[in-house]
Design a binder for this molecule. Structure first.
Ligand code: PLP
Length: 395
């Protein structure tokens, strides 16, 4: 019944959706009808960073729901969860990233960040990266570095150019006309591509030299995914504008772009109300996000990541795995081609493991479990994947 309604009335964009029915979710598990259960090795693609149904998050949502849901559009009245979460993020991020604009989703806050950079610099050129993904709205799609994904949606934003990630020679394309450079801390949809040592410091220096702002997209890497609360802390640099979403709302819709008070103040003048949202920073989402953020700190979840990462690296060795690429709890398992990768994904699902591929490459699967996964659960998940690989490769 639900399946029929799903395929008949829920707009489909995937050529073949995963199609399992989820009735409830707890910890690392998704549960379906007839006692079926799957290990979710994706955290809902980097959202459920402290697992599904964390009691602290559910309690925070319940308490906030009794106080109020939506008293007023964004930025007009003081809402305790918004103010408190902004304060917590500012304290963690430090000077220069202490002014938070909350939105609803990743693409929406990417739009806000791009507008902010254009307005602040009075420039209009944008530099992005081949293989990048920043979302699916017009502006966000304009800075996405996969041409085949944009077919039929033009014209998109003008004056956007693309350079190759990790290639410093291309920095010469960043110049005095550049409003901003937008970059992911780790290219996620591109297949978990890490920056080379010193790359971001050099990129920041080039931006400073020409007066362009550096926008860092940490929508996938934020909130503990790489073993630090934010990936730029791992890579030891600071962007001018930081963009967060996905895990930020603890499983509810929430995004943010974060900068200095000085940069953000351009939205206040000439014209006033330069960026608006009705629901951005929804109190329920902020309350849930605070609970997630506090849980990561209080349960010292970041301290667990090196041991978990070691398990992934030790376990996921197989002749059919062409490459294992990643950092922290964000890995790509690369196979020979799309057919093999898809067959392994489907076989793993049959055996009780949910993984998913990448948008910009078609021969890899994601390993990005909740930070709360136990070592035993992670070993079990890797074993299922290895069994699935064996089954597919032997046939
Ligand atoms: N940026 C990155 C790095 C992402 O991975 C995503 C989503 O996958 C987005 C932006 C867009 O976020 P949303 O799907 O919430 O619009």
């Amino acid at each position: 019944m639900n399946e029929e309604l799903f395929y008949r009335h829920v707009a489909q964009t995937s050529p073949e959706s995963i199609g399992i029915e989820v009735q409830y979710a707890k910890g690392i598990f998704l549960y379906g009808p007839n006692e079926k259960k799957w290990i979710d090795i994706t955290s809902g693609i980097c959202v459920s960073n402290v697992g599904h149904g964390a009691p602290e998050i559910l309690q925070a949502i319940e308490e906030q729901s009794k106080a109020y849901l939506h008293p007023m559009v964004y930025g007009e009245v003081i809402m305790e969860p918004q103010s408190r979460y902004a304060g917590m993020l500012a304290e963690e991020l430090g000077e220069g990233l202490d002014c938070v604009y909350f939105g609803n989703s990743g693409a929406e806050v990417i739009e806000g960040a791009l507008k902010l950079a254009k307005k602040y610099t009075s420039r209009s050129q944008i530099i992005s990266f081949h293989n990048a993904y920043h979302g699916s709205t017009h502006g966000a799609m304009s800075v996405t570095g996969a041409e085949k994904k944009k077919k039929g949606y033009g014209p998109l934003l003008p004056e956007v150019s693309f350079i190759h990630f990790n290639e410093e020679e291309e920095f010469k394309k960043i110049n005095e006309q550049t409003a901003c450079v937008i970059v992911e801390a780790i290219q996620g949809a591109g297949g978990i591509i890490l920056p080379k040592a010193g790359y971001f410091q050099a990129l920041k220096a080039r931006c400073e030299q020409v007066g362009a702002l550096l926008i860092l997209d940490e929508i996938q890497t934020g909130l503990g995914r790489t073993g630090k609360m934010f990936a730029h802390q791992l890579f030891d640099f600071k962007p001018d504008i930081l963009v967060l979403a996905k895990a930020l709302g603890g499983g509810l819709p929430l995004g943010a772009f974060i900068s200095s008070k000085k940069i953000m103040s351009v939205f206040q003048h000439n014209p006033v109300l330069g960026h608006l949202t009705t629901y951005g920073g929804h109190p329920l989402s902020c309350a849930a996000g605070i609970a997630l953020f506090e849980k990561i700190r209080q349960d010292k979840l970041l301290d667990r990541i090196p041991a978990l990462e070691k398990i992934i690296k030790e376990k996921l060795q197989h002749p059919a795995i062409q490459m294992l690429r990643g950092s922290g709890l964000m890995y790509a398992v690369i196979f020979k081609d799309f057919e093999e990768s898809e067959a392994i994904r489907k076989e793993a699902l049959k055996q009780g493991l949910l993984s998913i591929g990448f948008l910009n490459i078609d021969n890899g699967l994601r390993i990005c479990p909740p930070l709360t996964i136990s070592e035993e659960e992670l070993r079990e998940a890797c074993d299922i994947l290895l069994q699935a690989i064996d089954t597919v490769v032997k046939n």
